[in-house]
Design a protein around this ligand. Structure first.
Ligand code: FAD
Length: 291
């Protein structure tokens, strides 16, 4: 299939792009095109105007300050994958990226596109939820910060206003001594996950859990941060009994069903992947503690 007719715009600045978004009806922004173009070709979306961000240089950046990673919306997934600094300071992001599509799609695909496409089980969406990322929206009215918890409005629908584009995302960096893990189950390598789970664990000097974060994707329209499960882990030994209890609770989380996967199977995967991610994060936290 081919897309419905549209008028193409290729702005050079965020201001120009925001001006177009504010003045045009039924407009969509184009990033890497790895999701939008198939959606247009299948005529799932039929914008009258396509605003191409690929020449808006100021949207592609990768900056670290001591506490956070600042990533421009048009930063290619491959750039994050190849960044030694990301590997050193946020290895979780590298681990998740390895599951995102294929190297060909990561060459073009961007972090902004993944976040705004907002597939319920997109790996970069999961990591942004786990790290408590802040998304930066740009419009003619200025910049607006959106905590990730307020970004997913509904299934594949962000809380960006119609005249806003995503300019970037800030990911707080976890303590280097924390253990991390990303686990997912997909039909084939490169497919979107059916369910994915990421975990961060910090241990105190007695080896007990002092910090725990989980993000489980694929159960609903956005990753779940199961705060009750996270708090139940605190003070526990990072071992089987605590992780089995956490996994059992993960299997009780609400899950959607669709033509391909039952809710019960998603809950089963949540149990298995939560246990695996916690075990892996605990191994890495112990290595850090004794490294
Ligand atoms: P585009 O496709 O250009 O845009 C996606 C959507 O986001 C559009 O609605 C667009 O309007 C909007 N958008 C983009 N940038 C902005 C912005 N700055 N502000 C506002 N709105 C914006 N993804 C995964 O997460 N996991 C996978 O396993 C996976 N497998 C894939 C396999 C294949 C074969 C393919 C083709 C894609 C796969 N993808 C997967 C999708 C891929 O990761 C895309 O890169 C991503 O979903 C969209 O990024 P993009 O830059 O291509 O955005």
């Amino acid at each position: 299939m081919k897309p419905a007719p549209f008028i193409y715009h290729d702005p050079r600045t965020v201001n120009e792009a925001a001006g177009l978004l504010a003045s045009l009806d039924n407009a969509r922004v184009l990033a890497g095109g790895q999701s939008l173009m198939p959606m247009m070709n299948f005529r799932y979306v039929m914008p009258d105007h396509l605003i191409d961000l690929n020449k808006v240089g100021e949207l592609a950046y990768l900056r670290f300050d001591g506490a956070a990673l600042h990533i421009g919306a048009m930063t290619r997934q491959r750039e994050l994958e190849f960044s030694a600094e990301v590997g050193a300071r946020c290895p979780l992001l590298h681990e998740a990226l390895a599951h995102v599509g294929h190297r060909q799609t990561r060459n073009r695909g961007t972090i902004g596109g993944s976040l705004c496409h907002l597939d319920p089980s997109a790996e970069l969406v999961n990591v942004t939820a786990l790290l408590g990322g802040t998304l930066h929206a740009a419009s003619q009215r200025g910049m607006r910060d959106i905590p990730f918890a307020e970004f997913a409005a509904a299934y594949m629908t962000t809380s960006l206003e119609p005249d806003e584009l995503l300019a970037g995302v800030t990911l707080p960096l976890p303590d280097r001594r924390n253990g991390y893990a990303f686990a997912e189950f997909a039909r084939r390598h490169g497919d979107f996950a059916i369910v994915a789970c990421s975990a961060l664990l910090g241990l105190d000097r007695n080896g007990d859990i002092k910090e725990a974060a989980l993000a489980i994707s694929g159960l609903g329209h956005a990753p779940v941060r199961p705060v009750l499960i996270e708090s139940a882990l605190l003070g526990q030994k990072p071992a089987g009994a605590a992780f089995k209890a956490a996994a059992a609770e993960a299997a009780r989380l609400d899950a959607t069903a669709d033509a391909y996967v039952t809710a019960a199977y998603r809950q089963h995967l949540a149990r298995v992947l939560t246990f695996r991610a916690l075990e892996q994060a605990a191994r890495r936290a112990a290595e850090q503690a004794h490294g």
